[in-house]
Design a protein around this ligand. Structure first.
Ligand SMILES: [Fe+2]
Length: 427
């Protein structure tokens, strides 16, 4: 494939950035699930909206703490049964103390601050990862334990079931945290574009999203993703937001990773909600110093084989910085257009604006899904209509990326992290 590397900026000096505002802090204890999106157009937003609305994370945390506490009731029983079988004295006391310790540790982590900070390798391996495996196992224990508890009148107290459920949960959680989360794939996606010019037929786009580089997802993982992306010989490379988990401590690591991406037509970035959970502006400066173009409600005219097309991106929707109209303002009439939008919720607006292809991320595919059925049975499907993979609205296409990193519990089951390569074809 030959790609004309000429790149034309349509309005490089046009100021499109929103004024700097205090950034909302937001915890990173859950995947990007939150606001459900519907397959209908939401109401048009006012031209000037408040920026930086703080999500209701206090309530969210209280729910999480309650769920954690409830999940540790059968875990206490599981521990007690294990200690009884091992012949230890006072197994219920020991089991209850251990389970209480698990709840206390969760509360301490939640209360200690939700900004992502660098952790020592020993702390990660000996404290953080084992704790997350335990916590996820406790959550998995809830359903089978509830069913077994409801059957007590018929079968008696199911101590063995509690123990088996927790141990099974440990195995599943260990797989999701130690194996599936690290084991990324390179995924090829062919996207038919109605009326695509022959010169653009075969255009390849390497698509990364939701890197969430930080304490639990180190820079070295990002470097592996970059090597995989660069090896695809794509015409251009895009990142659809959420390079950060929270805070600013990993900005240099992120910029170093993104700065290694290479593509003939350039590397383009849209901002995600997590990129503003701290300070977004320093990250943008660092990324641009390393050669990436951060598009904030703006676009570029690119050219391949002598044929022009338009690549634009909207800024983050959660902090209400997005402005689709502005992003498309410089689009030449009749050009094939691609929009980077971290939040897939804007797809219907993009389709209405005759954007040919919208690339999104944000949902992580829920991070937890039934293997091979993630499109139908995943956590993200509970809160998002457009939550994973390809969607169409008339001639317009959306692709929702499964993400590379994680937020909340660092686990993935049934939704592999992926470097996605799109190939556009004339339909
Ligand atoms: Fe994300």
């Amino acid at each position: 494939m030959t790609a004309n590397s000429m790149q034309t900026r349509t309005h490089p000096s046009e100021a499109t950035e929103t004024p700097h505002v205090p950034e909302p802090s937001r915890p990173s204890l859950a995947p990007d699930a939150g606001r459900p999106s519907a397959p209908t157009l939401p109401p048009a937003k006012p031209a000037q909206r408040a920026i930086g609305k703080r999500p209701r994370m206090g309530t969210f945390l209280r729910v999480l703490i309650t769920v954690t506490a409830v999940s540790h009731l059968p875990v206490a029983a599981a521990f007690a049964e294990m200690f009884r079988r091992l012949g230890l004295p006072s197994p219920w006391v020991l089991g209850s103390l251990l389970a209480a310790g698990g709840v206390g540790m969760f509360i301490a982590r939640a209360g200690a601050g939700l900004t992502d900070r660098r952790r020592g390798a020993a702390v990660l391996r000996l404290v953080d990862v084992p704790f997350f495996i335990h916590w996820c196992a406790a959550i998995f224990t809830i359903t089978p334990s509830l069913i077994a508890t409801l059957a007590i009148p018929w079968f008696g107290v199911p101590m063995g079931v509690y123990m088996a459920a927790y141990l099974t949960g440990l195995v599943i959680a260990a797989y999701g945290i130690l194996v599936r989360r690290r084991w990324f794939v390179v995924k090829e996606v062919t996207i038919p574009i109605p009326g695509l010019a022959p010169e653009l037929d075969g255009l390849r786009i390497a698509h990364l999203s939701d890197l969430h580089i930080g304490a639990i997802t180190p820079k070295s993982w990002g470097e592996r993703w970059v090597r995989a992306a660069n090896a695809q010989a794509a015409d251009l490379t895009v990142i659809t937001g959420d390079m950060v988990t929270s805070g600013v401590e990993f900005h240099e690591d992120i910029a170093a990773v993104v700065g290694e991406l290479r593509a003939p037509l350039g590397v383009f970035v849209s901002m995600g909600n997590h990129d503003y959970f701290g300070e977004g502006e320093p990250l943008i400066s660092l990324l641009e110093e390393r050669g990436a173009e951060v598009l904030r409600n703006e676009g570029r005219v690119l050219e391949r084989n002598g044929k022009r097309f338009y690549l634009a991106a909207i800024d983050d929707t959660w902090t209400r910085r997005d402005d689709l109209k502005k992003a498309l303002a410089s689009r030449p009439a009749g050009t094939m257009s691609i929009l980077l939008a971290h939040d897939p919720e804007r797809f219907l607006h993009a389709a209405k604006a005759k954007v040919d292809l919208t690339l999104s991320g944000h949902t992580h595919g829920g991070q937890l899904a039934v293997p091979f059925l993630a499109r139908v049975l995943s956590l993200s499907h509970l809160t998002h209509h457009f939550h994973l993979g390809l969607y169409r609205k008339g001639p317009s296409t959306l692709y929702v990326h499964p993400g590379l990193g994680t937020t909340g519990p660092p686990i993935r089951i049934g939704v592999a992290p992926a470097v996605v390569v799109h190939t556009l074809r004339t339909a």
